[in-house]
Design a protein around this ligand. Structure first.
Ligand code: SAM
Length: 346
C-alpha cells in the first residue's frame, strides 16, 4: 500500500477530486523556541508579535475528541507540529492519550529538536515512533543566524538521542535557501551516506511572515539535485508509505541513509494530497497554500455533538481545492501568500 491509498479502517473520506483524506496534521501551539528567518517576520524576531492566549488554543480534551471522531471517519495517520509541539505543557501525557485512541497507530512529530535530547525516550514510549527534525545548517554560528538562537549542539544531541532510542524513520528537514545555506548541500548529502537518516531538501516556500523569500533565494529540487551529480549515482527508491510526498533516493549503493526531495513548488503533489490540517486556534485548513479555513473551534465550543464535528470535517474536506497555483502566482508580480507556518503547522 502506498501513502495515498484508502485507509484500512473506517469509511474512506474522499474529497471532490477523488482523493482519500487519511492524514491529519495538528498544530499544537503557535509558540516556538526558535525564530527561524524563513518562518517569522523581523518583528517576531524582536519579540513584537503577540501569541495566542491559552484559551484561544484548542484544549487537549478538544483535540482528543476531534482526533477520535476523525479516526472513526478514516484518518489513520497523525502528525503533531506547530509552532514547536514539544514546548506545549504536558505534551507527552497528551500523546499517550492519543495513542490509546482505537484505530490510531501512526502518530508522528515534526520538531526543531531543541528539547528532544531530554525527552526522546519518553516521547518514543508515549507512542511516537517516527520523527522529523528540522535542521538547516551544520554550522553552529550559522544555526544561530538562521534560527535566532545559539543551540545547534542541543539539536545535534537530540538527533543522536533519537538514533539511540530507535525512532524510524528519522528525517532531517532542510529548507534550502540560495546564498544562505546552499553551500552545505553536499555536506548534508554526505550525512545521508554515513548515518541512517533520510535527509530531505525542502523547496523554500513564500509562506509565513518572513520577508526572506524571493525568486533568487528559492532553489528548485532539480537544481538541488544537480549539485550531487559528482557524488555518485542517485538511485531512485520505490515510494513507501512513510515517504509522504518526497521523492527518495540513495546516493550510491553503500549509503546508509537516503535523500528526499520535497518540491511543493516545482513538482507539486496536489493530485495525491491526502492531508487535512488543524491550526493551533482550531481552524481546519485543507491546503497549506490556500487561505480558506473552517472554524472547528466555534463548533466545539458551541455545545456540539460528534455528528457536528463529523459534518465540519466533511465540510472542510469538501472545500479542499484541486491544487495550488503557487508557481503561477509567483510569476505574477507582488504574489501574496498568507498564513503563518507556526499556527497552520508546517
Ligand atoms: N517547530 C517544528 C520544526 O521546526 O520542525 C515544527 C513546525 S515547522 C513550521 C515545520 C516545518 O516547516 C519545518 O521543517 C520547517 O523547516 C518548515 N518550513 C517552515 N517555513 C517554511 C518555508 N517558508 N518553506 C519551506 N518549509 C518551511
Amino acid at each position: 500500500m502506498n501513502e495515498f491509498t484508502a485507509p484500512q479502517s473506517g469509511p474512506a473520506l474522499v474529497d471532490m477530486f477523488s482523493r482519500t483524506i487519511s492524514y491529519l496534521r495538528l498544530s499544537l501551539t503557535d509558540r516556538c523556541n526558535l525564530k527561524c528567518m524563513y518562518c517569522v517576520s523581523e518583528d517576531e524576531r524582536e519579540g513584537c508579535v503577540a501569541k495566542l492566549g491559552q484559551d484561544e488554543l484548542l484544549t487537549y480534551e478538544e483535540l482528543l475528541r476531534v482526533v477520535r471522531v476523525a479516526v472513526e471517519m478514516g484518518i489513520s495517520k497523525l502528525r503533531l507540529t506547530g509552532g514547536e509541539p514539544l514546548v506545549r505543557k504536558n505534551v507527552l501525557g497528551f500523546i499517550a492519550r492519543l495513542a490509546a485512541i482505537p484505530g490510531l497507530d501512526d502518530i508522528r512529530i515534526t520538531t526543531n529538536g531543541v528539547l528532544l535530547a531530554g525527552c526522546a525516550q519518553d516521547l518514543y514510549d508515549s507512542g511516537v515512533k517516527k520523527i522529523n527534525i528540522s535542521l538547516d545548517t551544520l554550522h553552529r554560528e550559522r544555526f544561530a543566524r538562521i534560527t535566532g538562537v545559539d543551540c545547534f549542539d542541543r539539536v545535534w544531541q537530540g538527533i543522536e538521542k533519537a538514533l539511540q532510542v530507535g525512532f524510524a524513520p528519522i528525517k532531517l528537514n532542510m529548507v534550502v535557501m540560495r546564498d544562505i545555506n546552499d553551500d552545505e548541500l553536499v555536506d548534508f548529502a554526505r550525512l545521508s551516506q554515513k548515518m541512517p537518516l533520510q535527509v530531505r531538501f525542502i523547496e523554500f516556500m513564500p509562506i509565513g511572515d518572513s520577508s526572506r523569500w524571493n525568486t533568487s533565494t528559492y532553489m528548485s529540487s532539480d537544481e538541488i539535485m544537480a549539485r550531487f551529480r559528482d557524488m555518485g549515482e542517485l538511485i531512485p527508491l520505490e515510494r513507501r508509505q512513510a515517504d509522504g510526498p518526497a521523492r527518495v533516493f540513495r546516493l550510491g549503493e553503500d549509503a546508509v541513509g537516503t535523500l528526499g526531495f520535497i518540491s511543493p513548488i516545482s513538482h507539486h503533489f496536489c493530485d495525491k494530497c491526502n492531508r487535512l490540517r488543524l491550526t493551533s486556534e482550531g481552524r481546519l485548513r485543507a491546503c497549506l497554500l490556500h487561505d480558506r479555513e473552517t472554524d472547528l473551534k466555534a463548533v466545539l465550543r458551541g455545545g456540539c455533538n460528534d455528528a457536528d464535528i463529523r459534518a465540519t470535517l466533511l465540510e472542510a474536506i469538501a472545500n479542499k481545492p484541486k491544487g495550488h497555483q503557487m508557481a503561477e502566482r509567483l510569476r505574477e508580480e507582488g504574489a501574496d501568500c498568507h498564513g503563518r507556518m507556526s499556527r497552520i503547522g508546517g
